[in-house]
Design a protein around this ligand. Structure first.
Ligand SMILES: [Zn+2]
Length: 327
């Protein structure tokens, strides 16, 4: 989605780096005992990255892969590192891979409840909110191994490695003389995400939250707000921001975003959601219709943010639906 082409490794600070596949980013920390990698994106990218790492950091295999969340566009390709790495994820990653219908991004849900992701079920949210939600049919056809025109939950995770180690709320990883904190922020974009705090480097990594796939050079970007905010209460989204804000770090690097961000920049995203909730709740109390809210709630402070024109009304609608479900 709006991704610049190409792959590169970029230095963040100390022994911490990012690598990107277009607009999708991973992070890795080089230690004397090997490399800790967060996310693998897809098999082609992971294969490229493994070659680059072997050239730049010879004798330092990837020993740990942390899975930021289970969504295929960040989690695939882990098998490339299976020979040397232990995989760690929040316990929800395993739950989403247990054969039941998984939590997927972009309002992709099993609308006809047949237990499969059909082409129409990825295309319809894409057509409703072009480029902002859903996916193209390739998201299904690339996974449809048995050729029945749809993807089962198992097919959706065929290229995702199940974590060997899971945790619930927080886990401390000591590796190669470094301390890394894995933090479950709560449910937001996903229900199984891990924010990775590189404590020695004072850098936090998170994929799709707080920076979703629309973010490029600035966090001043309206959220894509697919479905009723990905089916998770807005109070938990705001709580997730607060949990990350409570962590001790200087820079946020995302699974999206072409530069590191500051904690102050991150906090603006929480303030946007708080403003949105406050104004939609007030309109609901006044008894306004959704159509009327879309006229009255202008979110003027955010007029300069990316995607304001396209996403102001969808954000109001998503918040309205969210706040109706999760009172
Ligand atoms: Zn995601």
């Amino acid at each position: 989605m709006f991704a610049p082409p190409g792959r590169a490794i970029t230095h963040v600070t100390g022994d911490l780096y990012r690598a990107n596949n277009g607009g999708w980013y991973v992070a890795f920390l080089v230690t004397p005992d090997g490399i800790v990698l967060v996310d693998t994106l897809n098999t082609a990218f992971a294969t490229w990255l493994k070659g680059e790492l072997a050239t730049r950091f010879p004798g330092k295999p990837v020993k740990v892969v942390i899975e930021s969340h289970s969504h295929w566009d960040h989690a695939e390709g882990g098998a490339v590192f299976r020979d040397t790495a232990t995989f760690i994820g929040q316990q929800g990653v395993l739950r989403n891979m247990d054969g039941r219908f998984p939590a997927l991004p972009g309002d992709i849900i099993d609308r006809n409840e047949d237990g499969y992701i059909d082409i129409a079920e990825v295309e319809q949210p894409f057509l409703d909110r072009l480029w902002y939600c859903g996916a193209t049919r390739g998201a299904v056809t690339a996974k449809d191994r048995d050729g029945d025109g749809r993807a089962s939950p198992a097919e959706f995770f065929a290229e995702v490695v199940k974590p060997d180690i899971t945790y619930t709320d927080r886990m401390t990883l000591r590796f190669g003389g470094k301390t890394i904190e894995l933090v479950f922020p709560g449910r937001n974009h996903a229900d199984d995400s891990t924010a990775v705090l590189f404590t020695d480097e004072r850098v936090l990594f998170g994929a799709d939250f707080p920076a979703d796939a629309l973010v490029q050079g600035s966090l001043r970007s309206l959220p894509s707000a697919c479905g009723p905010f990905d089916g998770h209460p807005l109070s938990e989204w705001i709580g997730s921001y607060r949990k990350l804000e409570s962590l001790d770090f200087d820079l946020l690097v995302g699974g999206h975003g072409n530069r590191p961000f500051t904690k102050a920049e991150m906090a603006e995203g929480r303030e946007f959601l708080e403003t949105l909730v406050r104004e939609v709740e007030a309109a609901m109390r006044r008894g306004e219709s959704l159509a009327r809210m879309k006229q009255t709630i202008r979110l003027e402070r955010y007029r300069d943010w990316a995607h304001y024109e396209a996403l102001r009304e969808p954000n109001i609608e998503a918040a309205y639906r969210n706040l109706r479900i999760y009172k």
